[in-house]
Design a protein around this ligand. Sequence first.
Ligand SMILES: O=C(CO)[C@H](O)[C@H](O)COP(=O)(O)O
Length: 347
Amino acid sequence: MISPARHWSSSSLVEFSGRLHRNCISLTSWTRERRYWNTRSALKPHLSFGSTSKTRLSPSKSKKIRIAAKMTEEMPDTLKHYKVPKIEDMPSLGLPIENAKRAAAYLAVDENLDIFHHRIIGVGSGSTVIYVAERLGQYLKDEKFRDYVSQFICIATGFQSKQLIMDSGLQYGIIEQHPVIDIVFDGADEVDPNLQLIKGGGACLFQEKLISTSAKTFIVVADSSKRAPSKLGSHWRKGVPIEVVPPAYVRVRNDLLTKVNAKTAVLREGGKAKAGPIVTDNSNFIIDADFGEIEDPKTLYKEIKLMVGVVEAGIFVDNAAKAYFGNADGSVEILDKQGSAARITSV
Ligand SMILES: O=C(CO)[C@H](O)[C@H](O)COP(=O)(O)O
């Protein structure tokens, strides 16, 4: 983080600008871009880019002009004329499912992110959210939005989304410092017509719940296979993910089978990737409990939550505002609390 205005002397600004210049030369163009706009936005309160009007500091006017000119010169070529690409102009990704995920994610960001007013953004986990981070990264590179997007603080739902945030050049922050989030974008394993969700296929459900319920608006992005025609549990057959404290897993598994009639309750194993159970970002285990079609998600959720050893259950009730479902042909269907409406975009 750059120090606030009063801590910057004119000489440190010049020195910092020089350091930026030296660093930029030795970096790859991608990193150079990221470093460039991060620094530029940090310096913005102190300098006026492209003009020499008001600054908060008092170096001599000619020095201000030199610094501003130097910063402008240093903008990497790849950034100078960059514009956020239109969804319909994007080349196909080759795989229909990826086109579907990208179409949903891009449209969800374009329609719901208020670039000029949102500041704290939640980025969820999974393969669809990759395109959310990609889209945010595109806004960041566009001169028209850069100064706003570079001020976003992005909150992650786990290790993967933290990497996505950083790889897209966005600022990473923690929920402890930003307990109220303006908007969250996250995937889902299943979405019913009432916008109730099953989540946690990627084992990130505790932080996903924490972040989505801390958001003023929670937007789901998914491919259309995630849409349940009626009840939760009809499409997603792997069961409801439940995060448990490790020593309690046998007790919780038994309780799921005997108290809430789970058909199966299986400790999630790492398979070839890890001998033994998967360990979550919070050092817990996951039990996948199959209930078949779930009649009353709210009641089931409450019952599971009351079990000793349960940290969180992957049933998300009355939390999402809208869900964007991408289709392989690039069309996107939007489900909101008023019902669903189809929108057509071509990819
Ligand atoms: O809940 C999740 C991770 O815990 C994911 O959001 C969910 O599994 C959807 O992932 P994908 O976008 O890959 O289908």
